[in-house]
Write a protein that binds this ligand. Structure first.
Ligand code: BJW
Length: 223
């Protein structure tokens, strides 16, 4: 089995901003204000504006050659291929990948913080929205903020245990638990490979690395 961890760098060439690069989202927004439960409690309208803008951006974006190469790999490989993405966009699915885990949630899904109901997101969410199930005004994007538990951790650890190869693509490796997957995969016996624009902070933890834009290095690796 091949387990592929993706991050914002895989969608960068589709026009979606990364977080920590120069000019990235965290240079324009205070992450404690827009990506924490406390930030949402303090100013839900600001947080909705942040995600509404990203939803509009993602709706206009198209998958790039890296997303398409990964979909082709899944279709053609004679072993299981699982994408574990930290991205909340839907570009892997739109490129044709079927086996995708969104560990940090999904931009196009909505969560009721009161009753846990989930449904497809309207293009724009507002503080006036009520949950269709319990009517509470506790509607939030279905994404994982700092201090919250990433989704599907049990399935991910099971996959890391089975992996023959672990590949990390377009992630700075600075956010846990995803940043720890390479060490876990290695401990379970997998070979590890980093594909990124440049060596990440955790590059020395990989057996090998190939560096350049995802739209080039990912298709070159898949072929
Ligand atoms: C290109 C490119 C091109 C550019 N081609 N490449 C251990 C130690 C210390 C702290 C902690 C710890 N464990 C947990 C914590 C706390 C915290 C944390 O990690 N803090 C760190 C900052 C230190 N983690 C959490 O709170 C997490 N929850 C948690 O741990 O729960 C408890 C738990 C315990 C044990 C097990 C399990 C759970 C939750 C983290 C939630 C992160 N949420 C966000 C927002 C999601 C919604 C949204 O999108 O708005 O997730 S933050 C943001 O960072 C987003 C991303 O998914 C995530 C990672 O970013 P990513 O994808 O790596 O982007 P960048 O910008 O950092 O990097 C882009 C890379 O691409 C760069 O390397 C570029 O070079 C490259 N690139 N163009 C190829 N064209």
């Amino acid at each position: 089995m091949i387990v592929i961890l993706t991050g914002a760098g895989v969608s960068a060439e589709s026009g979606l901003g990364t977080f920590r690069d120069k000019g990235g989202l965290w240079s324009r927004y205070d992450l404690s204000e827009v990506a924490t439960p406390d930030g949402f409690a303090a100013d839900p309208a600001l947080v909705h504006d942040f995600y509404n803008a990203r939803r509009a951006n993602a709706a206009e974006a198209e998958p790039n050659a890296a997303h398409r190469a990964l979909a082709r790999l899944e279709a053609e490989a004679d072993e299981d291929v699982l994408i574990v993405t930290q991205n909340i966009d839907d570009l892997h699915e739109r490129a044709g990948s079927r086996s995708v885990i969104h560990m940090h949630g999904e931009l196009f899904r909505t969560l009721c913080a009161a009753c846990g109901a989930r449904w497809d997101a309207a293009p724009a969410l507002s503080t006036a929205d009520a949950c269709p199930q319990c009517r509470a005004a506790a509607v939030r994007p279905d994404v994982v903020w700092f201090g919250e538990m990433p989704y599907h951790m049990e399935r991910i650890v099971e996959a890391l245990e089975r992996a023959r190869l672990f590949v990390s693509i377009g992630t700075s490796g600075s956010v846990y638990p995803a940043a720890g997957f390479v060490a876990e995969a290695k401990a379970f016996g997998a070979a590890t490979l980093e594909l990124n624009l440049e060596p990440s902070d955790g590059a020395t933890g990989f057996d090998a690395g190939r560096y350049g834009p995802a739209s080039e290095v990912v298709p070159a690796w898949v072929n």
